[in-house]
Design a protein around this ligand. Structure first.
Ligand code: ZN
Length: 57
């Protein structure tokens, strides 16, 4: 058995170190188990800094 070698090219969750068969399963796992983290990143990506976009308090 060389499971450790097989695991090396499988996608791995960088949040909880779980290994998945493919990237789709990894994505589903992160959206389910790390929902807060995924949404935080999504929001960060959407909010790209734009010139003139100044928040005034
Ligand atoms: Zn995870």
């Amino acid at each position: 058995m060389v499971l450790s070698m097989v695991d090396q090219h499988k996608p791995k969750c960088y949040l909880c170190s779980s290994v998945f068969e493919n990237i789709e399963q990894l994505r589903r796992h992160q959206e389910a188990d790390h929902k807060d983290f995924v949404e935080f990143h999504k929001r960060a990506d959407d909010h790209s800094p734009a010139p003139g976009d100044v928040t005034v308090f």
